[in-house]
Design a protein around this ligand. Sequence first.
Ligand code: NAD
Length: 487
Amino acid sequence: MTLSFDPDSLSLPKGHFIGGRLIEAPGQLPIERPSDAKAYWECPVADANIVDQAVDTAKKTLQESRWGVIRPRERTKAMQRWADLIEQEAITLARLEAVGSTRPVGHLIAGDIAATAEQIRFFAEFADKEGSDLVPTDDGSLGMIMTEPYGVVGAITPWNFPLSMAGWKLGPALAAGNAVVLKPSEMTSFSTLFLAELAVRAGLPAGLINIVLGDGATTGNAITGHPGIAKVSFTGSTGAGSAIMANIARTGVKPMTLELGGKSPQLVFADADLDLAAGAIASGILSNAGQACVAGSRVIVEERVADALTEALVARFAAIRPGPTWHQATDYPPIISERQIGRMDSIIRATIESGAECLSGGMRLGREGYFYAPTLLRGVTATSPAVLEEIFGPVLTIQTFEDEEAALSLADHPTYGLAAGLFTRDLSRAIRLTRRLQAGTVWVNRYGRSRDHILPTGGYKQSGIGKDLGRDAYLANRKSKSVLISL
Ligand code: NAD
């Protein structure tokens, strides 16, 4: 069976998912399909009243269903049924995601959807395994650290991996006993709505997951500033993360997890397996056309192998298979919007004007939609715009070094510290440098996440606060209470 489909054949939901059903709402923000630049849908915008309704519903559902205090295994079982349904409905989910996002349908089936189902099962298992602690005290006392859910968690996700990002937020929050009000990106709403519908079909209480659509200024602000939201979990740009911190400070202090931007380096030493490094680096910047928070966008290579690595990268950049996200064969998707292409183009131009050489790309791909050629820039410096700014596109810079100290100094970014790649056959060097790299994740002789959901993800510096995935994400969705009983 082919996975390819006709994008005009889908019936697309337009509304908010509150209390277990779609509440239809008029479209307000015109949205385009990046694959063919066609305006195809309008996103409703939930105002403060609708966000109120979603938060009240979440609260009431928590009370009535007792989701946070039922036998934890019941939460596990319900979430496992949900994960099963996600797999059974993979084709529908993939189409709803592929139609207007940058995720190719083939990648969704092989990657995002399977990983989301697995990851929900992973968190579901925490519910009845991660508990409270008895702590050492004197003989006349009993000391305990009890943990309990926050209540209603407010979550906000970006457009680049809509389904996976929704899974990262919903999995740990629900397993930990919370209800959720989630706003997906206004550009990619459908898969999140369907995910919530599947949860109800799987038997999770209707009203436990509430999805409100809209932009950051109206809907996002109403969520982060809502007094009924006990904790905020955000993934998106550093700029929006900082606006959210300000709004939370203004409207009432509450805990937050922020997964923000990156500008991740890839260090290549002369003793590395260059073929392996070139493959990992190419996929680290071309995956989702560079629209990934952990995109490895800065190659830092030992001088004497720089030419060989550059040649291998240029060859790999030429081998992309661009196409609309609804074609099964597509492996190189479009850029999300015309605006984002314009921003990327101007950073590339400014970098070339400041003295860099463009070895490949640097232009749009000649087809309908928002496609941009993989771009390789050499002769950049630490202050080149393409080295400093998160471009969020298929743009790779190359810098060279002669010794480890110089490599580390180039790797250290003034703003970001999300991830780093390191390629060497020298085990001691790998460990030495891993200890010193200022990044929340270091990949050695590989680049990119595996399905080991136990590894937390999160940034150093302005790449974020707190972690998604791993045990950390589960614990971040429970608050702890210290108890001391005098015997
Ligand atoms: P964005 O910050 O523009 O938007 C992200 C989400 O936040 C959207 O839903 C948007 O509507 C909402 N939003 C924007 N301003 C807001 C505000 N003031 N208050 C509340 N909500 C607001 O980001 P984007 O363009 O959707 O996604 C790309 C960015 O996300 C990149 O910077 C990327 O690095 C980052 N990202 C980080 C991770 C991570 O794990 N660290 C993962 C994926 C993406």
